[in-house]
Design a protein around this ligand. Sequence first.
Ligand code: F0G
Length: 356
Amino acid sequence: MYNGVIKRYRQYLNIEDDSKIVTMNEGRTLFHKLVNLPSALGLKNADIYIKFEGLNPTGSFKDRGMTMAVTKANEQGSGAVICASTGNTSASAAAYAAVAGMKAFVLIPDRKIALGKLAQAIVYGAKVIAVDGNFDDALNMVIRLAKTEPVTLVNSVNPNRLQGQKTAAFEICDDLGHAPDYLVLPVGNAGNISAYWMGFKEYYENGIISALPKMTGFQAAGAAPIVENRIIENPETVATAIRIGNPASWDKAVRARDESNGSISAVTDEEILEAQKLLASEEGIFAEPASCASIAGVVKFAKENRFEKDKHLEIVCILTGNGLKDTSVIIGNGDAEDKIIHAKPDFDVLSQIIRQ
Ligand code: F0G
């Protein structure tokens, strides 16, 4: 039976032999070659794969890092975890703390996280603290609190988080038999891009893969500190998960970009929402807006002819979170009413609609 990322990749993780592993059998997520998108984008010589991290137990990639962070906190006898979050980290921390029998304190930017994520933190039993500020303010607070209060910080500044998250890179290489040419993903606090790069490099150094991917990150245009090379004081984007102006792993992400000969670019909110619809309508996959920054990025690169045409390419897009967490972007913007036909349950009326 599959038992989660720590058991599967234990040799690459620093876990005590007698450690009690806190797991929800996260990982081993859907890895799937897209059917319609490459030709729709005119990428005849490319395979585009998605890794749907939104199918982890709490609906995002955070569970990979959280199994490590909470296992380690538990190993060290901690009774509580704390994090700042745009929603997914708080959901994951709350769930893993529940499994471990620990308390969870989560600080979220007030009214700026998707409702599904808020519901998760509440139902898993965390103490939810909505702060009048953005993610960066909340992160500064929890870093200070964890220094003096009896709580373990489980944001990605906790190195155990990145250790767990690097297992996604291992899974991609294990499935493909090698690394892809491009690894495309959204960048917010910049932990994930750093973790993937660490994972790919470890496999490379161990001789399991013989080439490394170009790390290709995308930030939302209103929250693109790495692209603009400056702190963004008031980041804004529809992709609330990556509404971050001063990423904690900024330097690591820049190193991943430069060492891999990759890039970190911006995509607009319109491009993100268009990509979300495209992914759903062409491929039947519903990912949250932040995740779709990766698809929007591929669309943008395809339009700008940024992908090599003279060789067969493998492009892997990471879909970091589940679309079901944030339905308001689909339903709540007035778009939905004209997509719905209201009708009586009358055979003639309904058959008329079908025949139109
Ligand atoms: N995609 C989703 C769905 C996220 O929730 C996040 C980060 C990212 C991408 C960016 O990943 O921060 O490692 O660069 N969410 C954090 C949170 C900040 O609190 O849930 P990153």
